[in-house]
Design a protein around this ligand. Structure first.
Ligand code: NAP
Length: 255
């Protein structure tokens, strides 16, 4: 179990949903948490509630995350925990009523979800690698990424989203292998349907139909269940280079 007291932790997308709850639960374990989001006001709301540090950055932008991370290092120290929750999920068909999928929309989704995850991973791990080991095995820190079951069973309209999350899945093992020499673990969680604004903003009939597809328990997952898994991953040193589905056994249908 990692002693998180006074350990610095960075959570992206922490102005909302799973990131916000993960930030809170890390703070409850004693971590000094940097709450990173595109929207500074939202980051401030989360940070104020947990005594964290609000930072604003676009995860897909190199200099933006570099500057945010520098602020985190200056104010909290280099993070031993970095959790990527920032993401977007716009739906669009490859050939839709209004013509072919907009290429810039596809690029934007890849940029935020995949390039953004890699950007945080590369910058956070470079900082983590400079820290002293904190376990007998030489552990320096943990990176947790967020993919989606859409990486495996993308639905119609999710070409961009599924591609981006498939990239996050594929990034996990090579990153874990490479960062092993620094004692940095890399894990990914692939959530199914979690009751966050991303889902709860959908029309009620869509939500009911989606929840009905979960074999058991037949409901949306809770952001707390995601955050508990993040904490378990942090605590369990043998978890490395793997993707864990958190999905109540759902296998998404084509539509
Ligand atoms: P959420 O409530 O929408 O939170 C995502 C946060 O990321 C938002 O605060 C968003 O800010 C922020 N963000 C978006 N683009 C960003 C950028 N370029 N730089 C920094 N922050 C950015 O979503 P969530 O449901 O908690 O999702 C968290 C992660 O889980 C996402 O990666 C999502 O794809 C994944 N996931 C969610 C579900 C689900 O059922 N909810 C299922 C599978 C996977 P703005 O609101 O200002 O854009």
């Amino acid at each position: 179990m990692m002693d998180l007291n006074d350990v610095a932790a960075l959570v992206t997308g922490a102005g909302s949903g799973m990131g916000a709850v993960t930030a809170r639960m890390l703070a409850e374990r004693g971590a000094r948490v940097a709450v990173l989001d595109l929207d500074l006001d939202r980051a401030r709301q989360t940070a104020a509630a947990i005594g964290g540090l609000a930072v604003s950055a676009d995860v897909s932008n190199g200099p933006s995350v570099e500057a945010a991370l520098q602020q985190v290092v200056d104010e909290l120290g280099a993070p031993r925990v970095a959790v990527s929750c920032a993401g977007i999920a716009p739906a669009a068909r490859i050939v839709g009523r209004e013509g072919p999928h907009k290429l810039d929309l596809y690029q934007q989704v890849i940029n935020v979800n995949l390039v953004g995850t890699f950007n945080v991973l590369r910058l956070a791990s470079a900082r983590m690698a400079t820290l002293e080991p904190i376990s007998e095995s030489g552990s320096r820190g943990v990176i947790v990424n967020t993919a989606s079951v859409s990486a495996y069973e993308g639905q119609i309209g999710q070409a961009a989203y599924s591609s981006s999350k498939g990239g996050v899945v594929a990034l996990t093992l090579p990153a874990a292998r490479e960062l092993a020499r620094f004692g940095i673990r890399v894990m990914t969680i692939a959530p199914g349907l979690i009751g966050t604004p991303m889902l709860l903003n959908m029309p009620a009939p869509v939500q009911d139909s989606l929840a009905g597809q979960v074999p058991f328990p037949q409901r949306f997952g809770r952001a707390e269940e995601f955050a508990e898994l993040v904490l378990h991953i942090i605590d369990n040193e043998m978890l490395n280079g793997e993707v864990i589905r958190l999905d109540g056994a759902i296998r998404m249908q084509p539509t």
